[in-house]
Design a protein around this ligand. Structure first.
Ligand SMILES: [Zn+2]
Length: 309
């Protein structure tokens, strides 16, 4: 099968943590939240999720593999050929103008799309406010003084996902002026493109660089996961997991989405650990009915990687 799109969607249960602070105030660190029907739920922005994914890739670079660090203006190198980060996550750079008024932005749309991670359980019922003291020397007295900082922390079940536009990794799109069409130009070989995609998939297992971890030690890697290798690019798999009735997964939804996705000859891999949702047995049954055997989440990811290589 010619793989054009890859989707990964997962659920991760976290212990007390603050994965993405909101606006807050100087002595109050809140959690980013959204509302459904006036009930607040926590979320982690897509930008933060991209950062976590990038840092997980950076930690696992082999000798000779390169990923730039943004400069003081936040701009990256823009070298698709050399830099894994600029290739798979895209960039926006300001080009230096030769003459006044001719400068422009040099941009690459990210072939890897990342969703925000959304908490599925109400924040109020699953959170507390902790405090920490910030110690510093008093300006006048020179003595050690402490400020109390309040920090919102909560447990939750988060849903997150990524989608990879496989055909664009390692390629640059140029416009053929004569034919008025878009021509993808390969800048690296097929095996290096594949290697970069595998790096992204592998990084999902090693997400760690969230903020405030010195006192929170959160594991935010997948507990329940589905991966699809698709012959067409779509985001359909992202709707697979819906929580209803407490902590149950919507079984009808799983059946509908997987049937739809598999119809396109796509390959689907699933993984789960126990103790995350209430209707685990029902979920295993519906997966079996759909011809899927749930393994451990890391095995599901490895199977998908194996299938690609
Ligand atoms: Zn770069």
């Amino acid at each position: 099968m010619d793989i054009r799109g890859i989707n990964v969607v997962w659920l991760s249960k976290v212990d007390l943590t603050n994965l993405n602070a909101g606006e807050g105030e100087s002595n109050y660190i809140d959690v980013k939240k959204y509302q459904i029907d006036s009930i607040e739920y926590p979320y982690v922005s897509g930008q933060a999720m991209r950062y976590y994914l990038k840092e997980a890739i950076r930690r696992n670079l082999n000798d000779g593999e390169y990923m730039c660090v943004p400069d003081d203006k936040g701009e990256t190198c823009g070298n698709i050929e050399k830099c894994i980060g600029c290739d798979v996550f895209g960039f926006m750079r300001t080009q230096k103008a030769e003459k006044r008024g001719e400068g422009g932005a040099d941009t690459r749309v990210s072939p890897v799309k990342v969703s925000p991670a959304i908490g599925l359980l109400p924040f109020d019922q699953n959170s507390t406010v902790d405090f920490l003291t910030r110690r510093h020397r008093g300006l006048e007295s020179g003595k050690l003084e402490g400020d109390i900082v309040n920090v919102e922390i909560g447990t939750n079940l988060y849903k997150a996902g990524i989608s990879i536009d496989v055909t664009r990794v390692g390629k640059e799109e140029t416009i053929d002026q004569e034919k008025r069409s878009v021509v993808p130009e390969a800048l690296i070989g097929d095996s290096e493109s594949k290697n970069r995609i595998i790096k992204v998939l592998g990084a999902i297992r090693y997400l760690t660089d969230y903020s405030k971890q010195a006192r929170l030690l959160t594991d935010f890697t997948p507990d329940i996961i589905a991966i699809s290798l698709q012959d067409r690019y779509s985001h359909r798999l992202q709707k697979l997991f819906e929580i209803s009735d407490g902590r149950k997964l919507n079984i009808a939804r799983i059946r509908e989405i997987i049937s739809g996705v598999k119809d396109n000859k796509d390959k689907v891999f699933v993984g789960m650990i126990s103790g995350i949702i209430e209707n685990e047995d029902e979920v295993r049954t519906v997966f079996a009915e759909l011809g899927l055997t749930p393994k451990a989440p890391h095995e599901a990811l490895n199977d998908a990687i194996q299938e690609m290589s």
